[in-house]
Design a protein around this ligand. Structure first.
Ligand SMILES: Cc1ncc(COP(=O)(O)O)c(C=O)c1O
Length: 443
């Protein structure tokens, strides 16, 4: 008997087509591709208006300036760019990152910065350093989909804290901490996206930032502040970053993906001294060193291009798209409620409670519009009557087309529900400010 067949014969679910099914580590249990992912493959067809992804509008970047940056890097520092580098990242870029972060009130030293392969990679490294199976991570409800995937891949449990249009509610955080402590959980991380949150589009107020930092400090919980969108405000900047007031209890994550281009895959972490040392070791263990080429091109771009003006151009592009989305929602779906982000990429839409956004998705794709169902952003099955709509990538015209198609989908689905509820009229929920469902009962 071959190793493979002897292995499969011991599996309880012997009909699995993957002969290595039983060999995977237990932590991969959450890595199954969802049916939503399968639908997205269909949704990537050009005739589908996708309001689903978080792809930045890289077409708004002057490509000739980027080309000049990498031509210069290759001409002047080619042998460095093509070589392995330091596990902490290129020193000059780490200094330049200080200027980027200063725009959000952060003062740090270049020594505190660790460059990673996008902030996604930093999330993975921090999780690797802190999470054991069964540990608890607290996060906004809803929160960033792929952060949930990472935390779960380290077999941590994610608990959502109630949020509203001003971000996480401090009192709900206190209650959730007390509840989890009562259950004997080890509370390791408080994961926050304070500015123009993904997926909610909401921004945590300054007062709440301070209060939440105090709660975390009092309870010995490390804050993981993930801030990809903070510089992409439309009119007024968000409050200063949480890291600007708390150095010892916060790991801060930044990225060039949204303010420059995600293709370079360069992000960073700023961490208290001891954590930073471990992050560098973990970075080296995972990838030896971040891409020298990408770092040098970004460094050259920051040095030679007016990158602040470019960030401003991005703001203009996203502001116009956000306005197109809000006005299309007002026109086509006035009976629903949604968040009105002041920056970033996303609007969070609330459907009538009898609709299920995940079940509705195949109908949407048939109508040539795609969105991300709210359930993707909860670890506990919440969000069935929510949708995340992204306005970052499609043009304003396509956003209008997409929202109009969404109206067709929603009214078709509502008719279906009406038909199957003995013909009784189904009320549409009136506009509300509620951002998330109450925390689930996990007892
Ligand atoms: C909240 C949040 N964190 C992290 C990331 C990952 O970004 P990066 O491209 O830097 O890995 C994203 C990307 O959309 C995001 O929205």
């Amino acid at each position: 008997m071959s190793a493979v067949s002897s292995h499969t014969s011991t599996q309880s679910s012997g009909n699995n087509l993957d002969p290595w099914y039983g060999n995977y580590a237990a932590r991969t249990a959450g890595l199954a591709a969802s049916e939503v992912r399968a639908l997205f493959a269909v949704a990537s067809r050009p005739e589908v208006v996708s309001l689903a992804g978080g792809m930045p509008a890289v077409s708004a970047l002057p490509q000739e300036l980027v080309t000049e940056s990498f031509n210069r890097v290759m001409a002047e520092r080619g042998s460095v760019a093509l070589q392995y580098g330091s596990g902490q990242g290129v020193p000059r870029l780490r200094e330049q990152i200080l200027d980027v972060m200063a725009m959000e009130g952060i003062r740090a030293s270049a020594d505190d910065v660790v460059i990673t392969t996008g902030s996604q990679h930093a999330l993975e490294l921090v999780s690797k350093l802190f999470l054991d199976p069964g540990d608890a991570v607290l996060a906004e409800g809803p929160t960033y989909l792929t952060a949930i995937v990472i935390f779960k891949s380290f077999q941590a449990d994610v608990f959502h804290v109630r949020s509203d249009e001003h971000g996480m509610i401090p009192e709900s955080l206190r209650e959730e901490i007390a509840r989890l402590k009562g259950l004997g959980k080890r509370l390791k991380l408080l994961y926050m996206i304070p500015s123009f949150q993904n997926p909610g589009g909401v921004t945590l107020t300054w007062e709440r930032r301070l209060e939440i930092l105090e709660i975390a400090r009092d309870n010995g919980i490390l804050v993981l502040e993930d801030n990809p969108y903070g510089l992409l405000h439309f009119d007024t900047p968000p409050p200063p970053a949480m890291r600007s007031v708390e150095e010892d209890g916060v790991i801060y994550l930044g990225t060039f993906s949204k303010t420059f281009a995600p293709g370079f895959r360069v992000g960073w972490a700023v961490a208290p001294h001891a954590i930073r040392e471990k992050l560098i070791l973990a970075n080296e263990a995972a990838i030896l060193s971040p891409s020298s080429f990408s770092q040098l091109v970004i460094s050259e771009y920051l040095e030679t291009v007016d990158w602040r003006a470019q960030v401003d151009r991005f703001r203009g592009v996203y502001r116009e798209r956000k306005e197109a989305m809000i006005s299309a929602l007002q026109e086509y779906l006035p009976e629903l409620s949604w968040t009105d982000p002041q920056g970033g990429f996303y609007v969070w839409l609330t459907l009538p409670p009898y609709l299920d956004s995940k079940k509705m998705l195949p109908r949407a794709v048939k109508e040539l519009v795609a969105y991300t169902p709210g359930t993707a952003f909860f670890a506990d099955g919440g969000g069935h009557d929510n949708i995340r709509l992204s306005f970052c990538y499609p043009t304003p015209e396509m956003i209008r087309v997409g929202v109009r198609r969404l109206q067709t989908v929603i009214s078709g689905e509502t008719d279906l529900v009406s038909t199957f509820s003995s013909g009784a009229p189904v009320p549409l929920r009136s506009a509300s400010t509620s951002f998330s469902a109450p925390p689930p009962n996990l007892d």
